[in-house]
Write a protein that binds this ligand. Structure first.
Ligand code: R5P
Length: 290
């Protein structure tokens, strides 16, 4: 891709800088702010004629980010940009992938369709693909999915001796098995029932044979952290060593981070798909390849 210019949406400056440096691309200048009444103001100060634009915007807390992203993309096109890619290390709304209760909509699909109207290509990391197996089922634009598994395995190999990987639910089996393989570690996958946002039940693991191992919990998303907390409580009750918790996408809603720390863990680690104090695994190199 030639003539690349990289813009960061607020909060993504660090990642945008790293990507621009790696691609030897220009960093776009813009003003993105809110008017006193809460409406978004966007002004692009760089030349956009015939540019391939990379918008860096991770999509946790997506509702407040969507409109500035839309305005920036539309403004760039109006100023002559020829192609707009969105680099969203975390992709929102992927979990609402079916009608769970009468009257709901499939918002992962609506969100995908909406993004596809103003973005030409999407690059993301480990989107929550469960009942849908490919992003092309919900996005109408070319998409590229990268995986953090190798980076997580490398971190485990360097930092944890004698690990046993624990996936808290069937959905996590895909990445836990991959991480375990690369880290040369055994793994177990538990079963989870979610009854509500904060109401999660995780099956009691059979861990007798792993008493000398350090449990390493790996999940794609940590949001309320209830999934991790339930799992940690079972492992602590089984007198296992203290757990290391690893999330690809550290959303940590409300007090979730503190609550997980309070559950009695050894460490909480995450990939920097979302900026958070738990970030310890740098995945920015996954986003440099166009
Ligand atoms: C869902 O199936 C995901 O893989 C995660 O397990 C889930 O999003 C974690 O959510 P929470 O932290 O709210 O329990």
């Amino acid at each position: 891709m030639k003539n690349i210019i990289v813009f960061s949406l607020p909060g993504n400056e660090e990642l945008a800088k790293v990507i621009a440096l790696k691609l030897k691309a220009e960093v776009g200048k813009s003003i993105i702010r809110q008017f006193p009444d809460g409406e978004s103001y966007i002004r692009i100060q760089s030349d956009m004629k015939d540019k391939s634009v990379l918008l860096v915007c991770t999509l946790d807390r997506p509702d407040e980010k969507l409109l500035p992203l839309y305005f920036l993309s539309k403004t760039a096109k109006s100023l002559g940009a020829k192609h707009i890619s969105l680099i969203a290390p975390y992709l929102a709304y992927m979990r609402q992938d079916k009608v769970f209760n009468q009257g709901e909509g499939i918002t992962s699909l609506y969100f995908g369709q909406l993004i596809s109207t103003f973005i030409d290509k999407l690059i993301t990391i480990d989107p929550h693909l469960h009942r849908r197996t490919k992003l092309s089922e919900i996005y109408n634009i070319p998409t590229k999915v990268e995986h953090a598994a190798n980076h997580i395995s490398n971190w485990i190999k360097k930092n944890v001796s004698n690990p046993v990987l624990v996936g808290p639910d069937i959905e996590s089996a895909q990445w836990v098995s991959e991480v375990a393989k690369n880290a040369n570690a055994p793994f177990i996958v538990l079963e989870k029932i979610r009854r509500g946002d904060n109401d999660v039940e995780v099956s009691i693991p059979n861990v007798e044979q792993f008493k000398n191992h350090t449990p390493v919990l790996v999940d794609d998303i940590i949001s309320t952290a209830r999934t991790m907390i339930e799992t940690v409580e079972h492992l602590n009750a089984a007198a296992m060593k203290k757990s290391v918790c690893i999330g690809v996408h550290p959303i940590f809603a409300g007090d979730a981070y503190q609550n997980l720390l309070n559950a009695g863990v050894e460490k909480i680690i995450s990939c920097n798909t979302i900026v958070h104090e738990s970030n310890a695994i740098d995945i920015s190199d996954l986003l440099n390849d166009f």
